[in-house]
Design a protein around this ligand. Structure first.
Ligand code: HPA
Length: 234
């Protein structure tokens, strides 16, 4: 059984899924870290693979950019494919001056600068699974990965708007960084009774203008992917 956006049959996708925004990154992760990766989807180029990581079945699939795209793929994974855990692995722009590029952010909450939340009950909180969040912190500490843990803001806007650069306003509300998908993942996971966590690498420091080079992006990405894969091991 497939969906309008996913050609996978039931059973093709593992219960534990990593979701980078970029489908080509999903392919790179599957080729770099998984044994015997098998492609289960290429509809709209949103590549997805299942393979073994340290003997455990793991899937990796692109989410695309923004809440509507993440919302579609995450809903179908939880609701149609019996997925129980989705870990977003993405990049973000730092909104706090003391949060440098390369640092990891564990998103404890998603503040809303987007339209997606309108589809959910007003009392639903866009927060991650508590045990995944705890475990990710422990893994970062054990691996000496510099990280911060706190709220992020999920925005519909990558570029400045005619109303001013709204994400910077969320810095005053405690947002560590801005990205575009975490709120959709957290609300969708909760309403589908799934587990979710967002791990983000700071690729741009929006206060200072510092940005990661192409090579540095890959090195930082590895630390984040390896932390996410370690979560699959429990
Ligand atoms: N805005 C939104 N998403 C991002 C950014 C940003 O500045 N940097 C990396 N992902």
């Amino acid at each position: 059984m497939a969906t309008p956006h996913n050609a996978a049959k039931k059973g093709d996708i593992a219960p534990f899924v990593l979701m980078p925004g970029d489908p080509l990154r999903a392919r790179w992760i599957s080729e770099t870290y998984l044994q015997n990766p098998v492609c289960f989807n290429s509809v709209r180029g949103m590549l997805g693979y299942t393979g073994l990581y340290h003997g455990k079945r793991v899937s990796v699939m692109g989410s695309g950019m923004g809440c509507p795209s993440m919302g579609i793929y995450a809903y179908e994974l939880f609701q149609e494919y019996g997925v129980d855990t989705v870990i977003r692995i993405g990049t973000a722009g730092a909104l706090q001056p003391d949060l440098p590029v390369r640092h990891l952010v564990i998103a404890t909450k998603a503040l809303c600068d987007c339209g997606f939340a309108a589809g959910f009950a007003p009392d639903r909180k866009p927060v991650p699974d508590g045990s995944l969040c705890q475990r990710a912190q422990t893994l970062c500490q054990e691996r000496h990965i510099p990280f911060a843990c706190g709220p992020v803001v999920t925005s519909d806007f990558f570029y400045p708007t005619e109303q001013g650069t709204a994400p910077l306003l969320f810095a005053n509300q405690g947002a560590l960084c801005v990205e575009m998908e975490t709120l959709a993942l957290y609300l969708t996971a909760q309403s589908c009774h799934g587990r979710a966590l967002s791990l983000l690498t700071i690729s741009d420091q929006l206060c200072t203008g510092e940005a990661l080079s192409h090579e540095e992006r890959e090195t930082s990405l590895r630390l984040m992917v390896e932390t996410a894969l370690a979560l699959a091991e429990g």
